[in-house]
Design a protein. Structure first.
Length: 881
């Protein structure tokens, strides 16, 4: 931000500038009465983003101070927009009342006219640390991640602050991009001067990422002596956890949000997908504008709760590798699929359940409202009702029993909340009125007292009218005077008389206001009883919050269980809508999909009243690679993606859009599109294509599934064909994984001569009466021609241009016939396998020498040096060879 002008500031300006300095790169919301005010550059930025008036107030250094403000009661909406626009906001609240400030001034000997109410930054509002309903998207998790590196291994601590769910994991530095793509954090925190984090990451002091301190902080948060019960955490993970908690401490100014016990995620826990694959498969958002519409989740999600949608997003982001776990999820989907009537009842019940996890998050973070407590009461009661209903259901799958066990056990808490709270508690707790009558006799008494007094005042009004004969006399109330008696100006004289019993308070245009001893007494009774009642309600609120905090783990488990039930019932609903099938999961490297469909394309076509043509895909060890040709717009990309999505859905535990599917577990899924336009990110499209292809060749295993869409398209014909040829060969003969390869290079068909597990396929098209008819149907054998000119005509290229292209094409084809085409010389190319032998790997001794040479001894602590020695010793073979 621009430097502030320099001059001797007023006390308020001095306070503001100190807070402004402390707020760092955040905008400063400076509390003044009922407004948060922003000044200087902050005001300019906020006024522009929020589209509110920019005014000025006073001056500083001879220039007017730009200012804008937002009302405190509607601040959340403005905060949401600022956070969305990428800002961070520091909230500076008044931390003492004017009376306290005056008392302080007296103690300090400052003249009370100069005293300023103390203000402090009580919280930083950042994208990754939100808990407020208004600032969060109900169907999207909001993840904050912290990273820490220990000798090439990156620890990742990720938490959804809104629900407290925390995961610790680690990965090699070069896998960080993939891990972050899976987590999709809205904010990332890294140690300062660490070069590997994402560009927009927040840097924090290095010492907060120390692993020992991290372990201590975790233990302290959870009140345990050892972390063993939570899982096995590496030092990199603990370092990241330490950095994460320290950051939360920093933004919450010492107040931590809800943190549930950390869960360790093993590196190989799920199907691996890199960032490019996720983007190209459009799992959670479409590449077109980044919205849910047009994405896989947009086409699959039928959850009726926000928590369900968030869990489904998690499932789709991290498909499983464990057959038993996948089958367990599928079993639960099947259960609901087979029971349409109960499913409808269940979904009706779930729909009414509030977002328990987020209400809990707010309450534990100290930002809860009576309404949040009411939501917990209602949600937990409903969970117990579901438990009662479902535990009687016959043929329950194992996963249902496991989640049902988590729905119960809240009887005492819900009873307490039900007795204590009114049916619909308010979101504001400051004005009371949320504790139910009959819960606290003393509170009832106070309420009765103020009720009596109110009635007494009403009676007093009637009596005064009688006594004075002024029919328009009124007893009214406002914030400044409290209760007062008001009469029209022309009646005032009688009341002004010294013995009238009325005391003059205020003369207005047309009306005069009075007090009376009796009125004063009753008003005091109301004020006192009201004050005591508020204090009593506040005390009950704190008690209830403490009870919820004690039960937080069980409540979070209930919320998670409800989400799992919602996801399964939603998947069942989706499956029954369009006859999706339960996939069979196998441990071999086959893939057999009958009549598979693309969920997103099918839905889009259905909207336009068109039918999707289902296609089969049969890959096996002996027929691993399908080379798919055919015209542009013929449906190649759709076919490739639908099969990748079916694999992904199956391993996420969902039913799939096909009539039958047998999925051999896929360890890594890769999806590449040739020359996707990525210029915005500063690399040429072809470079991106090659970087992504290189990653497949480096990382794919024989258990992987790769879809390659027009790889090689982004360069000249010769280069492109040569690369496509070599990549296809490498996938076939070296990696030996399942692969669908779409290409417009006819010449690649010759690969079938040498690659025994490669077969040729094409999407069918026909030219009929001069028009191109795309059948979107997959057939065996090579494509006969590419129909490029027909597609051009279809797309509206003017007839003379198409005619000219036809003439050029005829010339080219004549040359091809004469020379044998551009692939003519490839007949005597030696086999790929013969070329692909790599230099022998280095021996353990050579590797050790290499490691020793690379080690930066000065940068190691004695402890790290010792660890390294042990590691090297372990790496050496036991006996000499
Ligand atoms: P290609 O990759 O061969 O250029 P696409 O897969 O992009 O073709 O498909 C182009 C369009 O054809 C899609 O947007 C869709 O509207 C339609 N399409 C693709 N596959 C099918 C199908 N199986 N059934 C019906 N329409 C399809």
């Amino acid at each position: 931000m621009a430097a502030l002008p320099d001059s001797k500031p007023t006390p308020m300006m001095a306070q503001y500038l100190a807070l402004r300095e402390e707020a760092g790169d955040a905008l400063l919301f400076y509390r003044m009465g009922d407004f948060f005010e922003l000044f200087f550059e902050d005001a300019r930025t906020a006024a522009q983003i929020l589209d509110i008036a920019l005014t000025t107030r006073g001056e500083h250094g001879g220039a007017p101070i730009p200012m804008c403000g937002v009302p405190v009661h509607s601040a959340e909406g403005y905060l949401a927009r600022l956070i969305k626009a990428g800002c961070r906001v520091a909230i500076a609240e008044q931390v003492e009342t004017p009376d306290e400030a005056k008392a302080r001034a007296k103690r300090e000997g400052t003249p009370s006219s100069k005293v300023l109410v103390g203000r402090a930054i009580v919280r930083l509002v950042t994208a990754g640390t939100l808990t407020e309903e208004a600032l969060l998207e109900p169907r999207r998790a909001n993840v904050l991640a912290a990273l820490a590196e220990l000798r090439g291994t990156v620890g990742i601590a990720a938490v959804d602050v809104s629900t407290g769910a925390m995961v610790l994991e680690e990965c090699a530095a070069d896998q960080l991009g993939a891990a972050l793509a899976r987590l999709s954090p809205s904010e990332v925190v890294v140690p300062e001067d660490w070069p590997h984090g994402p560009e927009e990451a927040i840097s924090r002091p290095r010492n907060s990422f120390a692993s020992d301190a991290g372990a201590e902080r975790l233990k302290a948060v959870h009140g345990v002596a050892t972390l063993d019960a939570f899982g096995d955490f590496s030092r990199a993970m603990l370092g990241a956890a330490g950095g994460l908690i320290a950051y939360l401490d920093h933004v919450g100014r010492g107040k931590l949000p809800l943190l549930l016990p950390p869960v360790a995620r093993a590196a190989e826990a799920g199907m691996a997908m890199d960032a490019a694959t996720r983007a190209s498969l459009e799992i959670l958002e479409s590449t077109n504008g980044g919205s849910r519409a047009g994405s896989l989740i947009g086409a699959v999600d039928r959850c009726v709760t926000g928590a369900g949608s968030r869990l489904l997003a998690e499932d789709l982001s991290a498909p499983l590798l464990d057959v038993a776990q996948i089958e367990a999820r599928l079993g639960l989907v099947q259960f609901w699929r087979d029971r349409p009537i109960e499913r409808a009842q269940l979904r009706e019940a779930l729909r009414a359940i509030p977002d328990l996890g987020r209400a809990l998050g707010r309450v534990v973070a100290g930002r809860g409202s009576p309404r949040d407590l009411g939501q917990l009461r209602d949600g937990l009661s409903e969970a117990m009702r579901l438990h009662h209903w479902l535990s009687g259901a016959p043929d329950r799958p194992a996963l249902l029993d496991a989640v049902l066990a988590k729905l119960t056990g809240h009887g005492a808490l819900t009873d307490w909340l039900s007795r204590a709270l009114v049916p619909s508690p308010p979101t504001e707790r400051g004005s009371g009125g949320f504790i139910a009558d009959g819960y606290d006799a003393a509170l009832d008494e106070l309420r009765a007292t103020s009720g009596d007094a109110r009635r007494a005042i009403a009676a007093m009004e009637a009596r005064y009218r009688d006594e004075t004969g002024i029919a328009t006399l009124k007893i009214r109330h406002n914030g400044v005077l409290g209760y007062f008696i008001e009469v029209g100006a022309r009646y005032a004289d009688a009341l002004m008389a010294p013995d009238s019993g009325f005391i003059h308070r205020q003369t207005m245009a047309g009306a005069v206001r009075f007090n009376s001893l009796k009125l004063h007494e009753e008003a005091a009774r109301i004020a006192q009883a009201g004050g005591h009642a508020l204090a009593a309600e506040e005390a009950h609120f704190e008690e209830l919050v403490a009870e919820v905090v004690t039960a937080r783990h069980a409540i979070a488990a209930t919320a998670a269980a409800l989400a799992r039930i919602d996801v399964a019932a939603g998947n069942a609903e989706r499956a029954s809508e369009a006859d999706w099938c339960r996939p069979e999961i196998a441990e071999d490297a086959g893939l057999a999909i009958t009549a598979g469909r693309h969920p997103v394309v099918e839905a889009a076509l259905a909207k336009a009243g068109e039918r999707f043509v289902a296609n089969d895909c049969q890959l096996a060890d002996t027929n691993r690679l399908w080379l798919i040709g055919g015209p542009n717009m013929g449906g190649k990309s759709t076919f490739l993606r639908q099969n990748a999505l079916i694999v992904l859905l199956a391993q996420a535990g969902c039913f799939v859009p096909a009539t039958a599917a047998r999925i051999g577990l896929v360890d890594r899924l890769f999806s590449r599109v040739g020359a996707a336009d990525n210029l915005a990110r500063g690399r040429s499209t072809f470079m991106v294509e090659m970087v992504e292809t290189a990653a497949i060749l480096a990382q794919a295993t024989s258990r992987s599934f790769v879809i390659l869409d027009e790889v090689g398209r982004g360069t000249s014909t010769y280069d492109g064909l040569a690369l496509a040829w070599a990549v296809a060969e490498a996938v076939h003969s070296k990696i030996r994984c399942r692969c669908l390869f779409a290409t417009h290079y006819h010449e690649l068909a010759r690969l079938a001569e040498t690659c025994e597990a490669l077969s040729l396929h094409h999407v069918r098209a026909r030219e009929w009466q001069g028009d191109l008819v795309l059948l979107h149907e997959l057939a065996d054998g090579p494509a006969d021609r590419s129909y490029g000119l027909a597609v051009a005509r279809l797309a509206g290229v003017p007839a003379p241009v198409v005619a000219r292209a036809k003439a050029v094409l005829e010339k080219l084809e004549a040359t091809r016939t004469a020379t044998g085409g551009i692939a003519a010389g490839l007949g005597d190319l030696p086999l790929f396998a013969a070329l692909a032998a790599e230099p022998a790997p280095a021996s353990p001794e050579q590797q050790l020498a290499e490691a020793l040479r690379d080690a930066d001894l000065d940068a190691l602590t004695p402890r790290e040096a010792l660890d390294l020695l042990y590691e090297w010793k372990r790496a050496l073979p036991k006996t000499k060879h």
